[in-house]
Write a protein that binds this ligand. Structure first.
Ligand SMILES: Cc1cc2nc3c(=O)[nH]c(=O)nc-3n(C[C@H](O)[C@H](O)[C@H](O)COP(=O)(O)OP(=O)(O)OC[C@H]3O[C@@H](n4cnc5c(N)ncnc54)[C@H](O)[C@@H]3O)c2cc1C
Length: 616
């Protein structure tokens, strides 16, 4: 065996990048073994980061010391907070990204890091001794020793691309698949599943009639992802929109049989919430058109990503159906849309730390755990990186609770619900979403970050300043609207500002300004101060909901703290349903709380389990 790393990260995608960067910050010696040096941090699909619930995840990654938000801020082409017209729990930052710049910056960060070594190679098996990981074996036969290993193979395991009846063995377009690792994992007892995802065609910019599209800009006052971004003054490049029509749909419907999705060629399960165009037309038959976004892949790009038109139909049918849209009469492709099938592991075989329950020191993160999306992958990479580093250093591992962040919801859902289709994060998956706002990550996760040493001194100072600003604003809201301002606010008697703000129409900034309570110097802080004002206004307006959430969380805490022995044999329990015995024996929940969230485990099974645990 050659070399000796603290952490060996298999894969240089979004999960691998976060895992290796955060482990390097802990002072660990990190090896990143990946199949292609040029593809570090590659955005395989859409040129965008963030979006509903995903934007919140990027903020959480940021405060936990991750890279995604920081690099997105310097590579963004337009920034927008989505859902501003809806409830505050679903406001979510999103940015259109210059893919080339993003990949270049990520790659520079990895390759210039003195604690990280890049190794080109394909991992085909693992070295395991006495139930603990020892290292990996490359296709070349070379063996690399490491205290811990994080596997982040994305869509590469036995990957097959489908375009009509064409099949290409690939991890994504232009890159070879990873062959053999699935079989090795199955041989040592891992359960795997086959999933599928898809991507739309890329069109030549000059072949589109831009006059027949609608422009869509970002926010005038842009919000960055990273709390550490200074002097934020990004580009505001437009995207464009068009709509499909009945002629487009008719061609797709007529040729649906040529789509491997429909003729049985694809066996893997696709993402329900990110459907292909053939899927949308079938499922929403009554809908006369679907919105498509035309997104530049980089600044001044000649390549346009047709968001909303993911497909695996034959290329000719893709072209013909798009030509029915006035702006696309002369459309030319640089690359057709395609679907890809790949292997994943059943994520319930992992602990909340993302370490395997069977093999000590072996972690899994990213799309290989059944998720879809850059943000979900990066978040898992970060947690696996933090914990593999802590394991290598002999420190206690850490987890994020559902009530602390979307990352907690993501991992808990994966390990208890055992996804059978690509898992994508939504705000509706978080029961405490009113508390999990993109604008309050510092109040939720700063302590965790500090406890695990994830931020440097300057970063800690930034967050402390933000918290100080928040406290100052909060103090000001305890001041009263005095008799002097009764008329301005159309009230009959003085009242604390925080009580007045509960009125739906009341705006905190406006009230503080008019009552001379707005702290001095706020203007120089621009977005961060405005964000704090908005967030505190939310806390005040939704105080009732938040209080109820807090009570609920407290109630759940006992369940979460009640540990279950990993060697528990549920087959010996009388009173549990057959399904519950099967699921509990497979998942082996770490806590009573996790047991209650496993699908197929009913409330009566939970009572039986509780009686047993109480007896113990
Ligand atoms: C066709 C396609 C369509 C997609 N569509 C969407 C979408 O619509 N929406 C969305 O949010 N997300 C989409 N995604 C998913 C998104 O790209 C992934 O979620 C994200 O890139 C996953 O990150 P990751 O780090 O887990 O893996 P990846 O980014 O896939 O990176 C995997 C890395 O592992 C390396 N690797 C693999 N096997 C080995 C091995 N055995 N040895 C060494 N190195 C190895 C690869 O070289 C690569 O560097 C799509 C992906 C593809 C390919």
């Amino acid at each position: 065996m050659k070399q000796n790393y603290d952490i060996l990260v298999v894969g240089g995608g979004h999960a691998g990048v976060e895992a290796s960067m955060i482990a390097s910050k802990a002072g660990c010696r990190v090896g990143v073994v990946s199949m292609d040096k040029q593809s570090i941090g590659r955005m395989s699909c859409n040129p965008a980061i963030g979006g509903v619930a995903k934007g919140q995840i990027v903020r959480e990654i940021d405060i936990l010391g991750g890279l995604m938000g920081r690099i997105a801020d310097v590579s963004g082409l337009q920034f927008k907070v989505l859902n501003k017209s809806k409830g505050r729990s679903v406001w979510s930052p999103r940015a259109q990204i210059d893919k080339r710049k993003y990949e270049k910056k990520i790659s520079e960060n990895i390759l210039s890091n003195k604690n990280i070594e890049f190794i080109k190679g394909e991992v085909v098996s693992l070295k395991i001794k006495n139930g603990s990981i020892r290292g990996v074996v490359l296709r070349s036969g070379e063996q690399i020793r490491s205290k811990t290993v994080v596997i982040t193979c994305g869509t590469f395991l036995s990957g097959v691309i489908h375009i009509g009846d064409r099949k290409i063995l690939a991890g994504r377009m232009g890159e070879a698949p990873s062959v053999g690792l699935t079989e090795f994992l199955v041989d040592i007892g891992f359960k795997t599943i086959r999933l599928k995802t898809g991507t739309p065609p890329r069109a030549l910019k000059s072949s589109i009639d831009w006059e027949k599209t609608n422009k869509d800009f970002g926010d005038v006052v842009p919000t960055p992802f990273s709390l550490f971004t200074q002097n934020f003054n990004p580009k505001n490049e437009p995207c464009h929109t068009v709509r499909t029509n009945l002629d487009t749909h008719s061609i797709i419907a007529k040729n649906a049989g040529l789509s491997p999705m429909y003729n049985g060629e694809i066996k893997g399960v696709g993402p329900r919430y990110c459907p292909s165009i053939e899927d949308k037309i079938k499922r929403f038959e009554h809908q006369p058109s679907h919105l498509l976004f035309l997104e530049p892949e980089w600044f001044n790009s000649d390549q346009i990503y047709i968001n909303g038109f993911s497909t695996s139909l034959p290329e000719q049918i893709q072209v013909e159906s798009l030509k029915q849209i006035p702006a696309f009469k002369k459309i030319e492709f640089l690359r057709p849309g395609y679907a890809i099938e790949y292997d994943c592991i059943s994520p319930s075989q992992l602990k909340a730390t993302l370490e395997s329950k069977q093999i000590l020191g072996l972690f899994f993160a990213g799309q290989i755990n059944g998720t879809s999306g850059y943000e979900e992958a990066a978040a898992q990479g970060l947690i696996a990186g933090i914990n593999s580093a802590r394991a290598a250093l002999g420190l206690e591992q850490t987890t994020i609770k559902r009530s602390e962040g979307y990352i907690g919801v993501l991992i808990d859902d994966l390990i208890t619900k055992d996804t059978e289709e690509p898992y994508r994060m939504f705000t509706s998956r978080a029961e405490y979403r009113m508390m999990l706002r993109y604008s309050n990550t510092e109040t939720r996760l700063f302590k965790k970050s500090q406890n695990n040493n994830l931020l440097n001194k300057q970063e800690v100072a930034v967050i402390e300043r933000r918290l100080k600003d928040r406290n100052l604003i909060k103090t000001k809201t305890t001041n009263s609207i005095t008799t002097k301002h009764l008329k301005t606010f159309q009230i009959k008697q003085p009242m604390p500002i925080k009580d007045y703000i509960k009125r739906p129409e009341a705006n905190l900034k406006n009230v503080l300004e008019k009552t001379s309570n707005l702290p001095q110097g706020y203007k120089s802080k621009k977005w961060s101060f405005l964000e704090a004002l908005d967030d505190i206004e939310t806390e005040i307006k939704y105080e009732g909901y938040i209080k109820r959430h807090l009570q609920e969380i407290k109630k759940q805490e006992d369940n979460e703290n009640l540990k279950i022995d990993k060697n528990t044999n549920y087959s010996l329990f009388s009173g549990l349903s057959k399904e519950a015995i099967e699921k509990l024996n497979f998942v082996k929940p770490e806590t009573f709380g996790q047991a209650g969230r496993i699908s197929g485990v009913s409330p009566s099974d939970i009572s039986t389990l509780m009686i047993y645990l109480l007896k113990k």
